[in-house]
Design a protein around this ligand. Structure first.
Ligand SMILES: Cc1cc2nc3c(=O)[nH]c(=O)nc-3n(C[C@H](O)[C@H](O)[C@H](O)COP(=O)(O)OP(=O)(O)OC[C@H]3O[C@@H](n4cnc5c(N)ncnc54)[C@H](O)[C@@H]3O)c2cc1C
Length: 431
C-alpha cells in the first residue's frame, strides 16, 4: 500500500497557506490498492463528500471515499472560513429563481446550516478554531447600505436573527469607521477550514468509512446494475456513486468543473497581533466581508492573525499587485497596523454558476451530486452531503431535496471569462 504522509505545502507555497501551517494532522490514509466492494462510493474529500460519508456510515452503510489528492485539497482547504447562512443571492431572489417550494425549503435549510455545522463539530469534538460570533456584511457607500437594508428585511420576514448595525456600532465592532453600517447575522461564525475538513476525515474513518487519498478516479462505468470506478491502483464497485468533486473536478465528472467559471480569491495572514491591537481590531472575532463588487473579507484566526482577502490569483504579475493593494487597503482600514508582516499567502478558485445558485445533478442511475457553491460551501456542503445520505437511505425522495435535478450546462466563454476575472482583479487592485 502507498502511504501518503502529510507534507507541508505539498501543493506549492500558495495553495493552502495558513491553514496548512496550523491545522491538526489528517488521519493516516493510503491510496486505493486492489479491488473493493461497497454500497456507496463517494468521490471527493471535501465537506460535501465527507459529510455524506459520515451520515451514511453512522447509519451502518458500507462506504468507500476516494480523494484524488489529500483531504481538503480543493476549496475545503483554501477558503476564508466564513460559516455563512444562505447564499450570495438575496433570499427573495433565491425564492423567485427556484419557485416558492424549492426556494423557501433551500433558504430554511441553509439558514439553519451553520447550526448544523456547529453541532457536528461539537458532536465529533473537531478542533477547528470554531467561533460562534456571527458575521458582519459591511456597507460601502449608500448603495451598499441600501443592499444590506434590503437583505435585512428579506431575512427578517423569514424569522432570521439578522440585525442592521449603524455606523457607530459597526465601527465599535470592527475598530474602523470605514463602513456606513453592517448586517449582523447571529447564525453564522468562522472556523479553520482545513482543520474542519481534517476533523471530518477523522470522524469519517472512526465511523467505519474506508477512505483513500492519492486516488483520483479516472473512469466510471455502469455494469450489471452497479457502478465500477477505476483509479491508478485499484477499483471499487458499488450500488451508488456520489460525485462530490465540485470546482476541483477531474476525471469522469469534468463537466461539473466546466459548468462553473473559476473566480480566483486570495488571502494574506498577518503575524499574530499584539494584545493591544486585538482589543481594538475585531474584538468580537466576527467574520467580515463588504458590499463591493470586487469585495474584501477579513477575520481573525485563533492566534490573532488578521486574515485579509479579495478577488485575485497570487501568480504571475498578480502576486505583487494584489499584495501591494492589500497593504494599502489594510492601512486605510487600520493605520495602526503599520508595516505589519504577512506570514502566509494563498489563493484558490471559487466555482461560480451562471445564476449564482448551486446545482443538484444526476449522472445516471444512482449517481448524484451537489456542486456550484459560488463561494458558500462550508455550511451548504455539509448539509447537502447529509441530504444525499438521506436520499440514499430512502428517508427522502428526489422531490423532497432542496434543489431540483438540473442538467449539466457548460458555461459559455468559460476560459475567456476566467482570464478576465484574473486580469480584471489586477486592474481593479492597481487603481
Ligand atoms: C478562496 C476561497 C474562498 C472561499 N471562502 C468561503 C467561505 O468563506 N465560506 C464558505 O462557505 N465557502 C467558501 N468557499 C467555497 C468552499 O470552499 C467550497 O464551496 C467548498 O469547499 C465545496 O466543498 P466540496 O466538498 O463540495 O468541494 P471541495 O472542497 O472542492 O472538494 C472536492 C474534492 O474532490 C476531489 N476530486 C476532484 N476530482 C476527483 C476525482 N476524479 N477523483 C477523486 N477526487 C477528486 C478534489 O481533489 C477535492 O479535494 C471558498 C472557496 C475558495 C476557493
Amino acid at each position: 500500500m502507498l502511504s501518503t504522509p502529510h507534507k507541508p505545502h505539498s501543493h506549492g507555497p500558495r495553495s493552502h497557506g495558513l491553514w496548512e501551517a496550523t491545522a491538526p494532522a489528517a488521519p493516516a490514509t493510503t491510496a486505493l490498492d486492489g479491488h473493493v466492494s461497497a454500497e456507496v462510493v463517494i468521490v471527493g474529500g471535501g465537506y460535501t463528500g465527507m459529510s455524506c460519508a459520515l451520515h451514511l456510515a453512522e447509519a451502518g452503510r458500507r462506504v468507500v471515499l476516494l480523494e484524488a489528492r489529500e483531504i481538503g485539497f480543493g476549496g475545503a482547504g483554501r477558503n476564508v472560513g466564513l460559516i455563512n447562512a444562505g447564499l450570495w443571492l438575496a433570499p427573495d431572489d433565491v425564492s423567485s429563481a427556484l419557485g416558492p417550494d424549492h426556494g423557501e425549503r433551500l433558504l430554511k435549510l441553509l439558514g439553519d446550516a451553520p447550526a448544523q455545522v456547529m453541532a457536528l463539530i461539537d458532536r465529533h469534538g473537531i478542533d477547528c478554531e470554531l467561533e460562534r460570533n456571527g458575521t458582519l456584511h459591511c456597507a460601502v457607500g449608500a448603495s451598499g447600505l441600501a443592499e444590506i437594508r434590503e437583505r435585512e428585511a428579506q431575512w427578517q420576514k423569514r424569522g432570521a436573527p439578522v440585525k442592521l448595525l449603524d455606523a457607530t456600532e459597526t465601527a465599535a465592532r470592527l475598530g474602523t469607521s470605514a463602513y456606513l453600517g453592517a448586517l449582523y447575522d447571529a447564525r453564522a461564525g468562522t472556523l479553520q477550514p482545513l482543520a474542519y475538513a481534517r476533523g471530518l476525515a477523522t470522524a469519517v474513518v472512526k465511523a467505519g468509512v474506508t477512505l483513500h487519498t492519492s486516488s483520483p478516479v479516472t473512469k466510471a462505468e455502469r455494469k450489471d446494475n452497479r457502478w465500477h470506478l477505476t483509479t491508478a491502483g485499484g477499483s471499487v464497485d458499488a450500488d451508488w456513486v456520489v460525485v462530490a468533486t465540485d470546482a476541483y473536478s477531474t476525471g469522469p465528472w469534468q463537466m461539473v468543473r466546466t459548468e462553473q467559471v473559476h473566480l480566483p480569491y486570495f488571502n494574506l495572514a498577518t503575524q499574530p497581533l499584539s494584545p493591544e491591537l486585538l482589543r481594538k481590531i475585531l474584538p468580537g472575532r466576527e467574520g467580515v466581508w463588504d458590499t463591493k463588487t470586487i469585495l474584501s473579507s477579513f477575520r481573525m484566526d485563533r492566534a490573532g492573525r488578521l486574515v485579509f482577502g479579495s478577488v485575485g490569483a497570487l501568480r504571475y504579475s498578480g502576486t505583487a499587485i494584489h499584495k501591494a493593494w492589500a497593504r494599502r487597503a489594510l492601512s486605510k482600514l487600520y493605520p495602526e497596523l503599520g508595516d505589519i508582516t504577512f506570514e502566509h499567502e494563498w489563493y484558490g478558485q471559487i466555482g461560480m454558476t451562471g445564476d449564482a445558485l448551486p446545482r443538484f445533478h444526476t449522472f445516471g442511475p444512482n449517481a448524484v451530486g451537489f456542486s456550484g457553491y459560488n463561494g458558500r460551501g462550508i455550511a451548504p456542503g455539509t448539509v447537502f452531503g447529509r441530504e444525499i445520505a438521506l436520499l440514499i437511505k430512502g428517508e427522502k425522495t428526489f422531490a423532497e431535496l432542496p434543489l431540483p435535478v438540473s442538467n449539466v450546462t457548460p458555461a459559455t466563454f468559460r476560459r475567456s471569462r476566467e482570464a478576465w476575472y484574473e486580469a480584471g482583479a489586477q486592474i481593479a487592485h492597481l487603481v
